[in-house]
Ligand binder design. Structure first.
Ligand SMILES: [Zn+2]
Length: 384
């Protein structure tokens, strides 16, 4: 925050200087215009020629002086603007080379562009994806293109409280939903029912409940009872009833999220775009990594962080960004990786492959925690 404030201070200086300059320049330009208007009037009235010449020279001189002052002020303003750029350079790190230990994306602009395109398709920004395709000369053939296009149409309709497309889609996926305990179809019918209650159409409400909601009565007993109970207030209006919570706009937002989640789940996709997950995690990781790199540099111990698979400090990510457990070998105190996976010994204790190889004599290894001895080949790789 202190960094932002430092830049803001310079921006405020520019804006205040510009306001003063604008006011002064406008006044001086008005003075020049007035001088010329006076000269014009004198010429039109056919006054003394010598006096006219004197007045012309005076106007000329005023104009030159004003022009020069405005030009100098403009130069000053430019200096002030460049100070903003310097403040940004001083307060924000733009060189992240120091913490890049794995040049995975070096010369791989195609992969970066593909990730950006996939993200844009997920966001429904097909127009920008097309421009990116044209400018990068790449063809993005995302197999999920059609799915997200359709989903965005449905979500857009849902935002406007139009449920037809969403219900049609949910019904078309009914068979797939049966295995997932999905609440989507019930949620959408519930919202359509509440819409009818709001319109005070009791007969339509009853026939909609019979046709579309009754089949959920066993599975969603409590909610079903609430919906039927609210019918008592159709004429009085739900807003003045104990059922006013059914009018909460959050129910619609929850339905949008549920629909997106269900659609992604059915198609084996994550709800969050992988690119935005990576960027959010990166934004949290960068400041501590830059700090630790600076400390390593100051203490001349840059080689401490040489393991590409492991970060030098723990980065706290929110729960939604935790996808699997991490196992650290209790012997070598190192995080396990694909090259050095965790192995389960026959006694049930788990150590890393490197640790097992270090402890092994010939083809036998003794568990470091209980003295059970086994063949190294008996250790089984496990996945977290
Ligand atoms: Zn053991």
């Amino acid at each position: 925050m202190a960094n932002c404030n430092a830049v803001q201070k310079e921006i405020d200086k520019v804006l205040s200087k510009f306001a003063v300059m604008k006011e002064e320049s406008a006044k001086e330009i008005d003075d020049v215009i007035n001088s010329f208007a006076e000269l014009k009037k004198k010429i039109e009235n056919g006054g003394d020629l010598q006096e006219g010449e004197k007045l012309f020279l005076a106007c000329n001189s005023i104009t030159r002086n004003v022009l020069s002052r405005i030009s100098n002020n403009h130069k000053d303003l430019h200096n002030q603007v460049s100070k903003v750029g310097k403040a940004i350079d001083r307060n924000f790190t733009s060189d992240f080379e120091a913490i890049i230990t794995d040049p995975s994306f070096e010369c791989r602009n195609d992969l970066l562009n593909k990730s950006i395109a996939e993200h844009l398709i997920r966001e429904g920004r097909i127009d920008i994806t097309d421009i990116l395709a044209r400018e990068s000369g790449m063809l993005f053939t995302d197999e999920n293109h059609e799915l997200f296009l359709k989903l965005h149409c449905i979500l857009e309709e849902l935002k406007n409280h139009h449920l037809e497309l969403a219900i049609e889609w949910a019904e078309s996926c009914k068979n797939s939903f049966q295995n997932t305990n999905s609440h989507l179809e019930f949620t959408l019918h519930k919202l359509q029912f509440i819409k009818l209650v709001k319109k005070k159409q009791l007969t339509e409400c009853l026939s909609y409940a019979t046709k579309h909601l009754s089949k959920f009565a066993v599975e969603h007993t409590s909610e079903f009872q609430t919906l039927i109970g609210c019918l008592m207030y159709v004429n009085k209006g739900l807003e003045n009833s104990p059922y006013s919570h059914l009018l909460d706009a959050q129910l619609w937002r929850d339905a949008e999220i549920l629909l997106l989640k269900e659609a992604c789940y059915l198609n084996g996709l994550s709800v969050e775009s992988p690119l935005s997950v990576v960027i959010n995690a990166g934004c949290r990781a960068l400041p501590p990594l830059l700090d630790i790199k600076n400390i390593m540099h100051q203490r001349k111990c840059n080689d401490v962080w040489s393991n590409k698979d492991e970060l030098p400090v723990e980065i706290e990510l929110p729960n939604e960004n935790r996808y699997h457990s991490i196992f650290a070998c209790p012997i070598l105190k190192q995080q396990t990786s694909e090259a050095n996976p965790p192995l389960r010994l026959i006694c049930g204790h788990v150590i890393s492959r490197d640790a097992l190889l270090k402890l092994a004599t010939v083809n036998k290894v003794k568990c470091p925690y209980c003295p059970v001895e086994q063949q190294t080949s008996e250790a089984r790789e496990i996945c977290f």
